[in-house]
Design a protein around this ligand. Structure first.
Ligand code: ZN
Length: 543
């Protein structure tokens, strides 16, 4: 059903400096509101008058999850913004034919650990135009942004401030490097997972996180499950900071277990209590792997909390296996029982399952090695598929990948490497989360409509952030005035291809992926020299 749409408001040609400063998003709201009343014909006429666009995506089925637009349109792009959405042809310096394709806002991933160039390219082929590291986050925040700006990225990027990095820094006297390898190296130390912080240490941890927020971080990353022995008062202080600065927290919850005590249910109840007591916006990462087979009761808990007005949001990825370091606290003690009857064989290193002795050896010798752990077997069990579906389709939840860095023989693949070497390894979600969701949940099993499916990958993640990061109001939508991050894909063929044993297979079906007005995927092929990605930062008042 066609929704309100408009073309080329003249006043949109705001100076680019003002846009960069983040002022234009304020303008945009009023422009859109003003322009919806215009007649379609006059809007089209003005688009024609406006002359050449930098780029036109022509004749696609344009879907905007916010306004409900779903119709054949051409999209005109200028200066990195969408300036026209028209029923009649638009002229452009470059015209991409989107006939037969769905044209939608670029996908926004709230949970992307792979923040190297190869990982960003794999995600671009999966339709992602903005990949944010919000669960782990990083420190120092400014250094991480600077590193990526120097290298360039095809897609937009951004970070939260890492509570865990701050904790490790205080407990181990290891200075964080702004890279995920810091977290891997910390697995060799044992002073930060089960220790309490003194009031003085807590204050220093909070100060480190707050410094990261002042450097533009998008929220607070809370990898609670990796240091499950940290104090409740420390968790409370982190939530208080989030409430005071008005940013969300992004939490990998404290416990992963279907049995009590120290269950997933208990850990998510802690999130509920922190949201209630502080008013902080608490976001729960990967509801699927945090809930496992306890999702029915956890979903009740969350619906109850949300229904009473608490600011709790969720995300999930459509796989029954997770990925983490083999030294994670999750695999200590009676973990087999806690994960619902798991065995060492449910954990795989580079596609090869462990046994009890090889697992113990890896935990001792290479605790920072990335592994894959199956906690649900949707391929073998209809009940497990149903549990996974309940997490992935939790009302109002985002789809987020938890994409991992790519490695070769245990070494990170970084820099301008493309294509990836044949033995490149990572959880397949790193290449296929979003195309898998479109294939499996939208096209094949029809669990959600296309519009609702797109909403979970575009508008919902934008809305989760936009309260504290106003530039996100220009993302996750395909409207006049929004950022020209968009995708054009073939709904009949779009698909993930990677498997747990052969993850290094790019997604297919994304014909065009456009970031800030530049095509990074063209005719399904990566444009290696296209690096239009920009930093997403929280605007911070300068004194
Ligand atoms: Zn996690």
């Amino acid at each position: 059903m066609p929704g309100p749409e408009v073309s080329t408001p003249r006043t949109l040609s705001a100076p680019s400096a003002a846009r960069a400063a983040g002022a234009a998003w304020i303008l945009m709201g009023s422009l859109v509101a003003a322009s919806v009343v215009e007649a379609q014909s006059s809007a089209d006429a003005r688009a024609a008058e406006q002359g050449l666009f930098d780029l036109v995506v022509a004749n696609g089925r344009v879907i905007d999850p916010e306004t409900g637009l779903d119709g054949m349109r051409s999209v005109g792009i200028r200066d990195g913004r969408i300036e026209a959405i028209s029923r009649t042809p638009l002229r452009g310096r470059t015209v991409l034919d989107a006939s037969g394709l769905v044209v939608a806002p670029g996908l926004i991933d709230l949970h992307a650990h792979g923040q190297d160039l190869p990982a960003a390219r794999m995600q671009a082929l999966d339709g992602v135009t903005t990949a944010l590291e919000l669960e782990a986050g990083t420190l120092p925040v400014a250094a991480a942004y600077e590193r990526i700006a120097r290298e360039g990225r095809p897609i937009n990027y951004g970070f939260s401030a890492s509570w865990l990095f701050a904790r490790i820094a205080e407990k181990e006297e290891m200075e964080p490097t702004g890279s995920v390898t810091f977290f891997q190296e910390a697995q060799r130390r044992k002073g930060w997972q089960y220790t309490l912080a003194s009031p003085e240490e807590t204050a220093r941890i909070i100060a480190r996180v707050e410094r990261g927020l002042q450097e533009g971080a998008l929220g607070i990353g809370v990898l609670a499950g990796y240091a499950p022995g940290y104090g409740r008062k420390e968790a409370f202080a982190v939530a208080q900071l989030a409430a005071r600065v008005r940013v969300p927290t992004f939490t990998h919850v404290r416990y992963n277990s279907v049995i009590e005590p120290q269950s997933s249910f208990e850990a998510i109840a802690e999130i509920v209590s922190l949201a209630a007591a502080t008013g902080a916006h608490m976001h729960i990462n990967h509801l699927n792997s945090s809930s496992m087979r306890d999702i029915p009761r956890i979903a009740e808990l969350l619906r109850g909390a949300q229904g009473r007005g608490l600011r709790i949001t969720t995300e999930a990825y459509p796989y029954g296996a997770g990925s983490t370091v083999v030294g994670a606290e999750l695999f200590r003690g009676n973990w087999r029982e806690r994960l619902g009857g798991a065995t060492a064989g449910d954990i795989e290193l580079a596609g090869v399952p462990f046994n009890d002795s090889t697992l113990a050896e890896a935990q001792a010798k290479t605790p920072g090695a990335w592994i894959i752990a199956h906690y649900l077997r949707p391929d073998r069990s209809a009940a497990d598929q149903d549990y996974l579906d309940q997490s992935v389709l939790f009302p109002g939840g985002a789809i987020a990948s938890d994409a991992m860095p790519w490695t070769s023989k245990g070494t990170p693949i970084t820099g301008d490497v493309w294509p990836l070497p044949d033995d490149a390894f990572a959880h397949p979600r790193s290449a296929g989360t979003f195309t898998r969701f479109l294939r499996d949940y939208v096209r094949e099993r029809r669990k959600v409509t296309l519009r609702e499916g797109l909403r979970r990958m575009t508008l919902i993640p934008a809305q989760i952030l936009e309260g504290s990061v106003p530039p996100m109001k220009r993302k996750g939508r395909l409207q006049v005035g929004t950022d020209a991050d968009l995708i054009a894909f073939d709904l009949a063929t779009v698909s993930d291809r990677g498997t747990y044993t052969q993850p290094n297979q790019t997604a297919v079906g994304m014909r065009y992926v456009i970031v800030n007005g530049t095509a990074v995927i063209r005719d399904g092929v990566l444009a290696r020299d296209a690096l239009p990605g920009r930093a997403i930062r929280r605007p911070v008042a300068t004194r």
